[in-house]
Design a protein around this ligand. Structure first.
Ligand code: AK3
Length: 360
C-alpha cells in the first residue's frame, strides 16, 4: 500500500498553513572557516554524481562577512518572475515554498541510511543551513513515512538552544529535504572517538545541556527515544545540540517500530516492548553519561542477546577512574524501574553536576 510519491507528507503539507510552521530562517552566523565549500572539492564532485546535471551541484561562493540577514519568511522569492507563484488560497497562507533551486549546495556533512546531509546556503539571504536529503523510495520501503511526518511536526515546534532547529522542508519527485540548523563543530561521537573519553568537567557540561533540552521536550510531552552520540551535534561554541527526532513520539507510548540498530541505549521497558514514557530518555542519559566518561556504553556485549541480558539485569560495572559521585548519578539514572529513576530536575541539582559544570 505504497503512497504515491507526491502524496507523501500530504498531511504535513496541509498543516503548513499553521503560522507556527511557516518556514523561517533566522539570522545566524555565516562562518568564514567554512571555506571548504568555496573550492571545487571532491566532495562537491561526489554530490554532483548523485544528482542530475543542471539540478544543482553548484559550489558556494566565499562569504567573508555576514550579510545583514533579515528574518526570512519570504512569501515570494525576491526578484523572480519565473517562480511558479501559486495563487494563495485560504488554506494555504502566503508562505515560501522552498525548492532545491533556492540553495547552493556544498560539501557533504554526513551519510545516513536514507540519504546524506549537505552544507547548503539559501541563495537570497546567504543563510547557511544543513540540508538533509531523504529518498522517498527508501522511506517507503522501510515504511517510515509516518515517522518522518511526526519528526517534522514535532521538531519544527521546538525552540531550545540545545535542540537543533528544523526550519522547514520540501520535496520533489524522488526526495524529501529537511532544512536544518547547521552545527559547525559537527558530530559529537567523532569528538568522543578522537578523545577516547571525556573528562568529568566536559561530561558534566554535556549532561547539563542534555538534561535542560530533555526537560524542555518532556514539558511538551515529547520523548526523543533515540538519544545516542550519533544524534548529538556541536554548535559553534561547542554547545550540544540534540538532533534527529525520527524516533520521537508523544508520551505515553507503546509504539514499537522495528528496533533496528544498536540496543545499547534502549531501556529495559522498551526492549521488553512495554508501555513507556519520558523516563526512557532518562535511562539513555545514564548510558550517555557512562559512555562519555568511559568511552563505551555500559552494557556493550558481543551479541544483541548478551546486550539484552545485561540491560534487563542492569549489569553495571565502573572502571575505578570514574569518581564516586559520577557513579552515584549514573546508578540513579540507570534504574530498571522507570519510576525509581532520578528526575531531570534532580539531575541538575546533583552534586556531581553542580561541582563540575563551570557555567550553567
Ligand atoms: C553538521 N552534521 C527520519 C527518518 C529516517 C546539521 C532520517 C551538521 C547535521 C550535521 C533525520 C535529522 C539531523 C537532524 C542531523 C543532520 F523517516 N535531523 S538528521 C552531520 N554535521 N549540522 N545537521 N546532520 C524517519 F524514519 F523518520 C531517516 C530521519 N530524520 O535524519 N533527521
Amino acid at each position: 500500500m505504497a503512497a504515491e510519491p507526491d502524496c507523501l507528507l500530504k498531511s504535513v503539507n496541509s498543516s503548513a498553513s499553521d503560522p507556527h510552521q511557516s518556514v523561517k530562517i533566522q539570522p545566524g552566523p555565516v562562518k568564514t572557516h567554512e571555506k571548504a565549500v568555496t573550492s571545487k572539492s571532491t566532495d562537491s564532485a561526489r554530490y554532483q554524481r548523485e544528482h542530475p546535471p543542471g539540478e544543482s551541484g553548484r559550489v558556494l561562493k566565499p562569504v567573508n562577512s555576514r550579510p545583514s540577514c533579515p528574518e526570512l519568511t519570504a512569501p515570494v522569492k525576491p526578484g523572480s518572475g519565473k517562480v511558479q507563484q501559486k495563487t494563495t488560497t485560504s488554506s494555504e497562507s502566503a508562505r515560501k515554498k522552498w525548492t532545491l533551486e533556492d540553495f547552493d549546495i556544498g560539501r557533504p556533512l554526513g551519510k545516513g541510511k536514507f540519504g546524506n546531509v549537505y552544507l547548503a546556503r539559501e541563495k537570497s539571504t546567504k543563510y547557511v543551513v544543513a540540508l538533509k536529503v531523504l529518498f522517498k523510495s527508501q522511506l517507503q520501503k522501510a515504511g517510515v513515512e509516518h515517522q518522518l511526518r511526526r519528526e517534522i511536526e514535532i521538531q519544527s515546534h521546538l525552540r531550545h538552544p540545545n535542540i537543533l532547529r528544523l526550519f522547514g522542508y520540501f520535496h520533489d519527485k524522488s526526495r524529501v529535504y529537511l532544512i536544518l540548523e547547521f552545527a559547525p563543530k559537527g558530530e559529537l561521537y567523532k569528538e568522543l572517538t578522537k578523545n577516547t573519553r571525556f573528562d568529568e568537567k566536559q561530561t558534566a557540561s554535556y549532561i547539563h545541556q542534555l538534561t535542560s533540552a530533555l526537560l524542555y521536550c518532556h514539558s511538551k510531552k515529547v520523548i526523543h527515544r533515540d538519544i545516542k552520540p550519533e544524534n548529538l551535534l556541536l554548535g559553534n561554541n561547542g554547545e550540544l545540540k540534540i538532533a534527529d527526532f525520527g524516533w520521537s513520539v508523544h508520551a505515553p507510548s507503546s509504539r514499537r517500530a522495528t528496533l533496528c540498530g544498536t540496543l545499547d541505549y534502549l531501556p529495559p521497558e522498551m526492549i521488553e516492548g512495554k508501555l513507556h514514557d519520558e523516563k526512557v530518555d532518562i535511562w539513555s542519559l545514564g548510558v550517555l553519561c557512562y559512555e562519555f566518561l568511559v568511552g563505551k556504553p555500559p552494557f556493550e556485549a558481543e551479541t544483541n542477546t548478551d546486550t539484552y541480558r545485561r540491560i534487563t539485569k542492569v549489569d553495571l560495572q565502573f572502571p575505578t577512574y570514574v569518581s564516586n559521585s559520577a557513579q552515584n548519578l549514573i546508578s540513579q539514572l540507570l534504574r530498571h524501574d522507570p519510576k525509581q529513576r532520578i528526575s531531570l530536575d534532580r539531575v541538575l541539582k546533583h552534586h556531581w553536576v553542580k561541582d563540575n559544570v563551570i557555567i550553567s
